[in-house]
Design a protein around this ligand. Structure first.
Ligand code: GDP
Ligand code: MG
Length: 436
């Protein structure tokens, strides 16, 4: 990600101050990228508005390019939106009771196993897992297998039908057997459902958990937000577990859920293995959203648009025969900043790859610049007035031979012709062909 960032942001570098154009274009792209990363539109819009306000007019520290600064502002905003710091879970009860809620397939059972493993390994706890999914025998079996894998006992009741009473009995069992954490895995439905809600509310009421965690599949994008809302209304849960973040899911849902239910995300689940569990860190998620949502390439795209603006100006000049040595110099300066010539020729706005044929060597720039600097402003604007007498003066002033100046004039002339040609219908065709 760092590489990607550096690369993209490099392109927007070289401008000392963040200009209106830079900001407006970049902000638009950032918003698009955030929405692509599953961030809710309204949240993305509010966020980018704040970014815009912060970015405008900010002077760029010498160590930062404007693009880097923009990205940093976005990053910081994301972190803040996700709560700033990471929050642990409440293990104050004796035993501590943790209730796991969420839709079917969201990853509750898998997470229950992972959490038990985590608490045993990292917190020196003696957890008990409780199977409360009374509708699917396979679900109970699944938890038993996971428990065996991580060496954690699993409380089950054969044929019992009331999850609340199973959970209550399990707490009793835990007290008698020295388990200091009770993790209650529950049944989910495929969609929000009244019976499911009543059932989990009842379990919640009877066991009074110290911590209720809502498990949500990050791949469900915006739907995750509605589910979170419904569960929060029913249970007023304490935290969110975001699962299946191991694929190419964007993570933007994390941001949205956090903003909508105002509850912290506590864990992220990143795979089917029992070890694939991480504590949630807003900083890391911000990186992820920035990376996956391609905020990076958006800076690139914004940059292209910026160059297009410049190119349009240049096109106008060419069309009006106003392209002069000053513009030529500007182009050269832009090129020089970018480093390696051969690859970068194609980047000259309005010129494209066509001028690859024009032979301009790196070290030739020095002399070219010297000669252009020796010209008067009038000569730069209207090269046609440069006669032999003027040529002698210019060449002498730049410490070059008159042949060098002639070569430059010829090059400039060719470039002008080529650019003019490329603006015609033929040129358009040519450019299109070349850009394929
Ligand atoms: P439940 O119905 O909420 O209990 O969900 P399960 O724990 O049974 O998980 C449903 C499916 O998702 C299973 O196939 C799991 O192996 C899988 N799963 C759960 N968590 C993750 C995760 O973080 N990453 C991936 N790739 N798969 C997961
Ligand atoms: Mg399950």
């Amino acid at each position: 990600l760092q590489d990607k960032l550096d690369k993209a942001l490099h392109n927007i570098s070289g401008r000392g101050k963040i200009s209106e154009i830079n900001v407006a274009e970049t902000v638009k792209e950032i918003r698009r990228a955030l929405v692509d990363a599953d961030v809710n539109y309204k949240i993305a819009k509010d966020l980018t508005k704040r970014v815009q306000d912060k970015a405008l007019g900010q002077n760029v520290l010498t160590s930062l390019t404007p693009g880097q600064l923009m990205t940093k502002i976005v990053h910081d905003e994301l972190v803040e939106l996700m709560g700033g710091t990471s929050e642990g879970i409440n293990l104050s009860g004796k035993p501590s009771i943790i209730l796991i809620a969420g839709l079917q397939g969201s990853g509750k059972t898998t997470f229950s196993g992972k959490l038990a493993n985590f608490l045993k390994q990292k917190k020196n706890k003696k957890p008990l897992l409780v199977a409360c999914d009374v509708y699917r025998p396979a679900a109970i079996q699944q938890l038993k297998i996971l428990g065996e894998q991580v060496g954690i006992p699993v409380y089950t009741e054969e044929g019992a039908l009331n999850p609340s009473s199973i959970a209550e009995n399990a707490v009793k069992f835990a007290k008698e057997n020295g388990n200091d954490v009770v993790i209650v895995d529950t049944a989910g439905r495929l969609a929000i459902d009244e019976q499911m809600m009543n059932e989990i509310k009842s379990v919640h009421y009877f066991i009074k958990p110290n911590e209720t965690l809502f498990v949500v599949d990050s791949m469900t994008g915006q739907d995750a937000v509605n589910t979170a809302k419904a569960f929060n209304e029913a249970l007023n849960f304490d935290g969110v577990v975001l699962t299946k973040l191991d694929g190419d899911t964007r993570g933007g849902a994390a941001l949205t859920i956090r903003s909508v239910v105002e509850k912290p995300i506590k864990f992220i689940s990143t795979g089917e293995k029992m070890e694939a569990l991480d504590i949630f860190y807003p900083e890391r998620m911000a990186d992820r959203i920035l990376g996956m949502g391609d905020v990076v390439s958006l800076v690139e795209r914004a940059q292209e648009q910026f160059d297009e603006e410049e190119a349009k100006k240049l096109h106008k000049k060419i069309a009006k025969n106003e392209f002069g040595f000053d513009d030529f110099l500007k182009q050269i300066n832009q090129l020089k900043k970018m480093g390696n010539m051969k690859d970068l020729m194609g980047m000259i706005p309005g010129v494209g790859k066509a001028i690859k044929d024009v032979d301009i060597q790196d070290d030739a720039f020095k002399h070219i610049e010297a000669m252009i600097h020796s010209m008067t402003p009038e000569e730069r604007r209207r090269p046609s007035i440069i006669n032999t007498q003027r040529k002698n003066r210019i060449a002498r002033g730049a410490g070059r031979k008159i042949e060098d100046l002639n070569a430059l004039m010829k090059q400039f002339d060719q470039m002008g012709k080529m650019m003019k040609m490329m603006q015609g219908p033929q040129g358009k065709q040519m450019m299109e062909m070349m850009s394929k």
